[in-house]
Design a binder for this molecule. Structure first.
Ligand code: CA
Length: 219
C-alpha cells in the first residue's frame, strides 16, 4: 500500500506520514500543487490525499487534471474549510471522499482502507466483461487458471474495460519498479493472456494502443 499526500503544511505532512507508516501505509509527500500533480500522474499510488489550499495549484486543480489525464486513482480531499461547497465541488470533480481538517489518523486510515480495499480481501468475487468472467480468488478466467502475474494484469484490464491501461502503470503496479522488468515482460504476459482469451471467449480481446498501453474491448 502506497499513498501520496500533497500538503503544504510540512509539519502536519510529516506527522501524518509518520502515523500512516506506523500503520504500514507507505507515504510519499509533495509540498506544493505542481509537485503533487507530477507525482500523482506519473507514479503509481493506491490512493492520493489532496489538501485543497496549496501553493501553485490547488487540490481541486490537481484533481481536475488527474481526471482529465484519465488517472483514476482514488482521491481523498482535505480542507480546513469544512464547507459544503468545497466538498460538493471536490466530489463533482471526481474525488472519492472528503475529510475535514483537523482529522484523526485513524479516520484517514479508515477512509484509505475503504477506498483501496482489494478484491482479495473479499470472499468469492468475480469481475465480468462481455463473455468473460474473472474469479478473483481462484485467479481464473472462465474457469481457466492464470498465473499470478497474468491474473494481476488481467485484473487491471478487466476492472476498467474499454479504458486504456498504460504500460508504465502495469510495470509499476505489477513489478513495483523491479529493475529487471521492462516493456517486453508486459508484452509476453499480454500475448499469453490473448491466447487465453481466444480459448475462453469469442467476444473479448486485448487491444494494443501503440506507445500507450492496452485495453480490454469487444472484438
Ligand atoms: Ca494547505
Amino acid at each position: 500500500m502506497r499513498v501520496l499526500y500533497v500538503e503544504d503544511e510540512k509539519f502536519l505532512a510529516e506527522a501524518v506520514k509518520h502515523n500512516l507508516e506506523k500503520q504500514g501505509i507507505k507515504t510519499d509527500l509533495a509540498f506544493d500543487g505542481e509537485e503533487g500533480l507530477n507525482m500523482a500522474v506519473a507514479s503509481i499510488y493506491d490512493c492520493v490525499i489532496l489538501d485543497i489550499m496549496l501553493p501553485k495549484l490547488s487540490g481541486l486543480e490537481i484533481l481536475t487534471r488527474m481526471r482529465e489525464k484519465d488517472v483514476r486513482t482514488p482521491v481523498i480531499m482535505l480542507s480546513a474549510l469544512s464547507q459544503v461547497e468545497d466538498k460538493v465541488r471536490g466530489l463533482n470533480l471526481g474525488a472519492d471522499d472528503y475529510l475535514a481538517k483537523p482529522f484523526k489518523t485513524a479516520e484517514l486510515v479508515a477512509r484509505i482502507m475503504a477506498l483501496t480495499r482489494r478484491p482479495a480481501d473479499i470472499q468469492s468475487e468475480t469481475v465480468g466483461f462481455l463473455d468473460v468472467e474473472y474469479d478473483v480468488n481462484e485467479k481464473t478466467l472462465n474457469g481457466e487458471k492464470m498465473t499470478a502475474k497474468e491474473a494481476d494484469i488481467m485484473y487491471e484490464l478487466i476492472k476498467t474495460p474499454e479504458h486504456i491501461v498504460k504500460k508504465e502503470y502495469l510495470l509499476n503496479k505489477i513489478w513495483g519498479g523491479e529493475a529487471y522488468a521492462d516493456d517486453n515482460y508486459i508484452e509476453v504476459y499480454v500475448s499469453r493472456l490473448r491466447k487465453l482469451l481466444k480459448k475462453v471467449s469469442t467476444h473479448t480481446e486485448i487491444a494494443t494502443l501503440r506507445g500507450l498501453g492496452y485495453k480490454l474491448v469487444e472484438k
